[in-house]
Each structure stands twice: as C-alpha cells, then as structure tokens.
Design a binder for this molecule. Sequence first.
Ligand code: ATP
Length: 358
Amino acid sequence: MAGVRLEGVRKTFGKVIALRDVSLTVEDGEFFVLLGPSGCGKTTLLRCVAGLERVDRGRIFIGTREVTGLPPRHRNIAMVFQSYAVFPHMKVYDNIAFGLRMRRVPEGEVRRRVERAAAMLQIEELLGRYPAQLSGGQRQRVAVARALVMQPEVLLMDEPLSNLDALLRLHARAELKRLHQETGMTILYVTHDQVEAMSLGDRIAVMREGEIVQVDTPMRIYEAPATVFVGGFIGNPPMNFLHGVVEDDPTGWCFVLEGHRLPIPPMNGIRSGQPLLLGIRAENIQVDETPRPGALPAAVMVVEPLGASLLITARLGAQTLKLTLPSGRPLAPGQTLWVSFPPTAIRWMDAQSGRAIL
Ligand code: ATP
C-alpha cells in the first residue's frame, strides 16, 4: 500500500483550466473522497493520478515514488469506472483474471487470486456466468474484483455506484466500506454525491472550478465548512445562511438580523457596517412555540414530513430558513415559531468573500 501526493498539479484542455495547481496528500490506507459539482475537475484529477492524462506542470507521487512521467501500467494503480467496462464475451472468471494473464502471472496464482477476490466480494457462484447474465450490482462487483486482483497500491474509483438504483447503491456503499476496512487499501474515490462522500470518506476534498476548497473529515466539513459553497453543497437541507450587518453597540458587537440585534463573539477584523452571514444547520436551530428571551419570530410556510423528522420552511423577516424537528409536533403553515441560534452551532461567514471567519 501507499499514499498519494500531488504537488501543484495543473491540467488544461485548450482554454479550460481543469486543475489549478492542486496540491493534495492522501495518506496510506485512507479512503479519500473527491467531491464536487459536475465539471469541477474530479475525474481529471483521478485520470492524472492514473497516468491517463499528462499534467501540464506539477508532480505526482505514489508512496515515495514519483510517477509524473510514467505510463499507467508502471504506476501500480487499478481503476474502477462508472461504466464497469467488463468484457461481454468473457465469463466472470476470465474477466477478473484478464489483467493478471496480461501480466503473465502463472495460472495457479491467477486462480488463487481470482478466488480470493470473488470470496471477498461474495460473487463466487457467479464466476461461470457471462456479464449479460448479471444484475447491475453484480457487474459492479465484478469490476471491483477485477481491480482488486491486481493488488494495486492505490485503487482509483470514479463514480462506481452511479449506475445502480437507489436501494442497491445503499447496499453497495456499505459493501465498499467493509471492503476498505478488510483490505486497508488506499482508495481515491470520485463522486458528486455528498451523502456517498460523507458515508465513505475518512477525509473529503471538496472541489470547485479546478481547485480544492476544503480537505477535512466528513464531520468537520459538515459542521465547519470553510466557505458558503461548501456549507451549501454538503448536507440536506444545505446549511442556512442568514444575511445581516455588524454593529458596534455600547454593550459590544452585535449582528443585526431583520431588525433584531444578536450579540456576537469577538472576531478578528470585523468592522461596523460589515455584511456577515450567520451559517447554521437546520437541526441546530432551537425552536420554541412560545416567545422566549433572545428568540426571533419565524412564520411557518411549509411542513414536509420526512418520516423520522419534519422539514420546515419558515420565513424570518424577508429571509427563508430551513428547520428540522422530530416528527410528531403538530405544526401548520402560518404558525409562528420562536427560533434561536446556539452560539456554538453558528458558522460566521464574510458575506463578500464567502469565507468562514469563525
Ligand atoms: P463530472 O462529475 O461531470 O464527471 P468532473 O468534476 O469529473 O465532472 P472533469 O471531467 O474532470 O470534471 O472536467 C473538468 C473540466 O475539464 C470540465 O470543464 C470539462 O469540460 C473539461 N474537460 C475534461 N476532459 C476534457 C477533454 N478531454 N477535453 C476537453 N475538456 C475536457
């Protein structure tokens, strides 16, 4: 096994800058997720690590070995794509064995490795079938088995679950996590699905327009997004961001939100009149049905029962707020709720740059 390191990697396609001097370290044995919207450069980054794209500048290391100029076959990686690309005319066994035979691995060793990978992915009984005789989920496992038998130092996966239906995806996600726990492999995994990223990643790199915006554990990214973009991209519903202005009151700094004044903690570099955003997750908003000191009135607009919880869209002055509450509370549109924001759950953002201040 080995980690992966990128140093100032730049990749352009004509005028499009797909990667803007990206630096990144993936630790040995880590399940590392690249997450971001369509076109942000995730696949390009993965293809550069694989050696399928030549970088314009920068360096790539696998373990301590620099691989920047090496062709894919000398990088000791394996890749699983969104389209599993299994050979239709070969039985599952031969599909899994293909890469090993290309490397002229002796047949006894091929059999041992194929059987081990098949056992790990629980597809032993499918080895004699053709891909057309498999379900989507089974084909996906064959593709993973084919990568695993190569015993790569790093496994690269590009949206490997996106062709599966929702239920199968959920199952395959847990399987992948188990596989990672069993093998301890270094996995670099691309997805635009934030739930998948949160559930699988030891760490996540959130990308936007060819740049990495934040690298952190899933919970840190969820709770302390580095930018408004990250807070809005991760989580369902996205983080709330309420617009207001800083004022210097006789009693200390405060945040004026829809005519209400909320005390704020000391923050570096803030000034009176500065527009700020109060970032808060729906489930962290404290909700009361009767007024209490410091709480602001919010009018319920929409109530959506989601099973275990209620998702509420409410209006706070001219702004909209999403709240979640446990199911069972009888709430109706038009009702007034009293909301307050526990200071430790607030992420303060600069309204102009969109970057976190505190
Ligand atoms: P998706 O989730 O849609 O696959 P992505 O984040 O993986 O998106 P990339 O496929 O890496 O994004 O693309 C990054 C940018 O580079 C996009 O603007 C894309 O159009 C461009 N791009 C990627 N490959 C090529 C190519 N071979 N030729 C020209 N432009 C390309």
